[in-house]
Design a binder for this molecule. Structure first.
Ligand code: NAP
Length: 333
């Protein structure tokens, strides 16, 4: 059996690196298994203007490098590969990267969530160059410009309504006639005179790859198959997010959408010694700053757990859970 570490952090985004920073400064010598494509969702954004402490903005990838470097400075170690399996059924916990086994007394899961993509090559080529997955982050770059938002859910309506504060025109493109969005959100978007709707249509291609920035989209009517081009400077795909929790679903408590459930006010999962931070357990706020905040919480929770465990070697494997609390209403409004 190899070395048993005090703490392994799975995931290299704002939550994972912040947890690593705090844990490293707490002398826990954390190992961060950060993923092959480390950095998380900020690696596909350009300017970040809403992270406190960067008054002139910062590029997403540069910010993630700073986060990583800061954790490294205090002794965090990194494995730039993807975790392929975990076993939280006994202690020490086991985390695998293919055949390599890593052991730890505590684990923080910070694998984040991924915005669903349309699946177009041109979309990938223009990410951060007009293609975005986050209106809160990028809307202000589209002041007095035309933008397209794809989708028909609550996220779509929310993003379109937010974008309309900046853009001159927002066109919602939805693949069906009926909307999945709640009536109140749909009505709000419909009442906004800057928002137009194109239904029964999909984006076949994002235009502008040659120019290096979005210049338009080619749309296709799904009934007639007729195609046409719509000039635009921005394409927001607002078709939902998926938490990156496939590896954990059979071991950690999760909600119907796959988000890990943490005990309210903490980062504790249903397994004592396993914590969750960032977007993997938050489908409401989904911001770098909130992810970083919960990464800090997870490191402090892990530190306290490890300190207490030394005095309680026979602690039960499963943490006692309080009665589930109802979702706050504000999360759904
Ligand atoms: P969602 O409800 O799953 O909606 C996704 C939308 O994107 C659907 O309209 C879907 O079309 C469309 N879509 C999916 N894949 C597509 C593709 N490849 N091409 C084109 N369109 C595609 O996701 P969400 O809007 O992110 O909402 C997730 C949950 O969070 C929901 O429970 C929602 O109520 C909640 N939420 C609440 C609020 C709020 O209350 N403030 C805000 C955001 C989200 P189809 O309808 O045809 O499947």
């Amino acid at each position: 059996m190899g070395e048993v570490r005090e703490l392994i952090i799975i995931g290299g985004g704002p939550a994972g690196y912040t947890a690593a920073l705090y844990a490293a400064r707490g002398d826990l010598r954390p190992l961060v298994i950060e993923g092959f494509q480390w950095g998380g969702q900020l690696m596909i954004t350009s300017d970040v203007e809403n992270y406190p402490g960067y008054p002139d903005g910062v590029m997403g990838p540069a910010m993630m490098q700073d986060f990583r470097r800061q954790a490294e400075r205090f002794g965090a170690e990194f494995v730039s590969d993807d975790v392929t399996r975990v076993d939280f059924s006994e202690r020490p916990f086991k985390v695998y990267v293919e055949d390599d086994e890593y052991l730890a007394d505590a684990v923080i899961v910070a694998t984040g969530a991924s915005a669903r993509q349309l699946g177009l090559e041109s979309e990938v080529a223009l990410q951060g160059r007009g293609v975005s997955y986050c209106a809160t982050c990028d809307a202000s770059f589209f002041r007095d410009k035309d933008v397209v938002v794809v989708g028909g859910g609550d996220s779509t309506m929310e993003e379109a309504t937010f974008l309309a504060k900046f853009a001159s025109k927002v066109t919602i493109v939805h693949r069906r006639e009926d909307f999945r969005a709640s009536q109140i959100m749909l009505n709000r978007a419909r009442a906004n005179e800057k928002i137009e709707f194109v239904t029964n249509a999909v984006v076949d291609e994002v235009l502008g790859v040659e120019e290096g920035k979005v210049t338009g989209v080619r749309l296709r009517d799904v009934r007639s198959q007729e195609t046409w081009e719509l000039p635009t400077t921005g394409l927001f795909a607002a078709i939902g997010h998926d938490p990156n929790t496939k590896l954990f679903l059979d071991q950690l408590e999760h909600d119907a959408a796959g988000y890990l459930v943490t005990r309210p006010g903490t980062t504790e999962t249903n397994i004592l010694g396993v914590f969750a931070a960032g977007d993997v357990q938050d489908h409401v706020y989904r911001q770098a700053v909130t992810a970083a905040g919960s990464g800090c919480m997870a490191a402090l929770d892990a530190e306290r757990y490890l300190a207490a465990r030394e005095g309680h070697p026979h602690a039960a494997l499963t943490a006692p859970r309080p009665e589930a609390e109802p979702e706050p209403e504000t999360a759904q409004v």
